[in-house]
Ligand binder design. Sequence first.
Ligand code: NAI
Ligand code: MG
Length: 491
Amino acid sequence: MGTHLSRTIAEGRAFTQLVGGRAVDSLSGERIDVLSPSDGKVFASIPASGAADVDLAVRAARRAFDDGPWARMPAVERGRLLTKLGQLVEKNGTELAALESRDTGKPVRQGRADVNATTRYYEFYGGAADKIHGDTIPFLDGYTALTLREPHGVVVGIIPWNYPLQILARVAGAALAMGNTLVVKPAEDASLTTIRIAELALEAGFPEGVFNVVTGYGRDAGAALSGHPLVDYVTFTGSPATGAAIQKAAAENNRGVTLELGGKSPQIVFADADIDAAVPVLVNAIIQNGGQTCSAGSRVLIERAVYDEVAEALAERFSALVAGPHDADLDLGSLINPRQRQKVTGMVSDAERAGCEILARGSIHADAPESGFYYAPALIAAKDTKLAIAQEEVFGPVLTLLAFDDEADAIGIANGTEYGLVAGIWTRDGARQHRVAKRVRAGQVFVNGYGAGGGIELPFGGFKRSGHGREKGFEALYDMSATKTVVFNHG
Ligand code: NAI
Ligand code: MG
């Protein structure tokens, strides 16, 4: 990976959005500066779209769904286009990884991992497109009843800034495999790879209007999209507050939504666990992407008998962690923007004021520009399970430790937040593995491992405030389609 490329990619480019197969600016001509969190400097710009731009994009997607060749295209052909898109992502992987890491501040290595997962998403859904089908149902004498799986129509994807390539791919892969058309709004902080993917989709041969991108602020373009009456279904990944706003907007039109709203995912370490195996995984589960991961393992629950041993091993690793520019490819990069750094700083200060001890701190590399949005990783012993640091999503490189007495106590603490996205269980006791996996409220449970964001084949989504609906794997194909029942009376 050329350091030069990841530092200079897209320099000075005025990006356009893609509507109806054409590269267009916003109607107002207004633009948003694109900056790299690694140095806080502006290097490109994107259109700042509003309701009128959104309306054009939704109408383009509507026409493509109602009248275009897409509606009559056999599933196998849709699948081939997705597979082709996956190949183009792979072919342009170096450029996409450099673009993603410059735009988000993540290490280039993470950008490359995101590209690989993105390729896999398009391959997986390309292969799946013609392998999902309905049922025939035993019904009354003289009748044949069957089900067809039909696309919703125009699907909206509102994408966050933490994993733009991957989250777009899980939405677009499943939505397009089922024959929907798409309007995507990436986050104002990280829109560039979404624009590039839409360009590659055109190159792959998707008909015009099938894959549209509008860029702009959430309160303008995002709000207009989620409440547009010609939209059939909305998917969103991001904060619970914005998720609620989007659900309300979609409810005005009585449309369905899939919401993935983050978590406070526990990793439970029992005294009989293989601690040497667990420790590096526990660290990676929070440090990956600087902790800006919906499925980050942000709480470690430790059985009292091994609390000191685990805490010390974690502290040793935390002290060695170094944050720095994306192209330096250190343990972690910068946070996405000053607001996010302020949020993380504030939550950690509040925890300290409430009497929590900082057990270890990583560092920021001496060469990291002062103007970047870096935060030195922190390992915190929580004094109380009720504190914000033990309850709320920090979305930064901050790991909270909590002690527990026994299995029931561990499950109580694990389930004692408003979230329920992912959980990790570390124990050698097979019966306990099954018991705890069943009782913990989380959409994904890992036993003796942890896969923050990994596994494109694995259904993923939340309970409680973590949201509803399922993405990834075959499950997503059901969320991205509706059942039509057809009954024949043949006497
Ligand atoms: P956000 O949820 O407001 O933004 C995510 C996306 O929603 C962006 O594309 C944004 O433009 C759009 N959006 C914002 N307001 C909208 C509205 N009213 N209607 C439609 N779309 C709208 O998240 P934000 O403010 O960037 O980050 C705040 C916190 O949210 C973070 O600290 C983190 O805790 C959480 N978050 C969680 C993510 C996850 O993967 N679950 C991803 C990003 C943020
Ligand atoms: Mg950026």
